[in-house]
Design a binder for this molecule. Structure first.
Ligand SMILES: Nc1ncnc2c1ncn2[C@@H]1O[C@H](COP(=O)(O)OP(=O)(O)OP(=O)(O)O)[C@@H](O)[C@H]1O
Ligand SMILES: [Mg+2]
Length: 279
């Protein structure tokens, strides 16, 4: 840790994992260090997240990995700092501060536009992962960071948290995550790239309604699965009061299809969002 200035904690997870913000002494750059206690999961699982993120060719919408080191029983993963908070807190702030769901129709439509812009970037990040043979497996608004690039004067998303591919056991115990999981994942059936598509749909659902698609944060996997199964209608049919743009309705219906075979793929989502975001 001698290469870094004193760290400020951002998050401490019940698992013992800490996320800290610090400055690299060499160049004064802000970086984030994810600190995982080594006794927490098996050694291979600890380094798996780093292995995966290292294997992905750099992409503007995926958090940049800057290296790793060990200190007194802690595995430290250094990465770029995303300065705009999570998509989850962005949505919560917009609902509370800007009252988007109770304000003017125009403001709501502008909000939806901004969400579609964000999701176009998320879909590009996921498509890049898939092209490189990786399934994220934990796509949710808390794993999508917002970042203002001051130099380029651009807002970018940064996909984070590649810790689920092998350390699924502790990821599954996180109830927040279950809400966004594809039914085949909840049932422990084989994953596919389309499991990320489903989670992308649930994340979009959260952003356009301000609530998780399946209420019941404490529900057990089997209960949650049966809740998902009971959804006979298409998601958009239950959301008439939100006056969703057609593209949003279409994406929700296609991505949140319980049947993997009939679910759209990431390419379809990407094309829809591309058409929507072309000025
Ligand atoms: N690079 C980053 N820049 C800014 N904040 C970050 C960054 N990485 C993580 N965070 C913050 O820390 C939180 C937790 O990070 P992360 O999702 O990687 O850990 P986790 O959910 O505990 O992971 P896991 O699912 O592997 O247990 C994020 O939701 C975000 O608030
Ligand atoms: Mg996370």
């Amino acid at each position: 840790m001698e290469k870094y200035e004193e760290a400020h904690k951002l998050v401490i997870r019940p698992s013992g994992c800490r996320i800290v913000l610090t400055k690299r002494k060499e160049d004064g750059k802000h970086v984030v260090i994810k600190q995982i206690p080594c006794n927490f999961v098996d050694q291979d699982a600890i380094t798996e997240e780093a292995k995966i993120i290292k294997s992905v060719p750099a992409h503007p919408y995926i958090i940049k990995y800057l290296g790793d080191f060990r200190t007194n029983g802690v595995y430290n993963m250094v990465m770029e700092f995303a300065n705009g908070g999570t998509l989850f807190s962005y949505v919560q702030k917009r609902i509370t501060n800007d009252r988007i769901f109770t304000g003017s129709k125009n403001a709501l439509q502008q909000y939806y536009k901004s969400i579609l812009k964000i999701f176009y970037q998320v879909a590009q990040a996921l498509d890049h992962l898939h092209t490189n043979g990786i399934i994220h497996r934990d796509v949710q608004p808390a794993n999508i960071m917002l970042h203002n690039d001051n130099k380029e004067k651009k807002s970018l998303i940064k996909l984070i948290d590649f810790g689920c591919s092998t350390s699924k056991k502790y990821a599954q115990s996180d109830k927040g995550t279950l809400q966004f999981m594809a039914p085949e994942v909840i049932q422990n059936k084989p994953y596919s790239y389309k499991s990320d598509v489903y989670s992308l749909g649930c994340s979009l659902y959260f952003c356009v309604t301000g609530r998780e698609p399946f209420q019941g944060r404490d529900a057990k996997p089997a209960v949650l699965f049966s809740m998902k199964q009971k959804w006979e209608q298409r998601p958009s049919q239950m959301l008439a009061q939100f006056q969703l743009p057609e593209t949003v309705s279409l994406i929700l219906d296609e991505t949140m299809n319980l049947d993997v075979g009939n679910r759209c793929d990431m390419n379809w989502v990407l094309n829809k969002l591309h058409d929507e975001n072309v000025e």
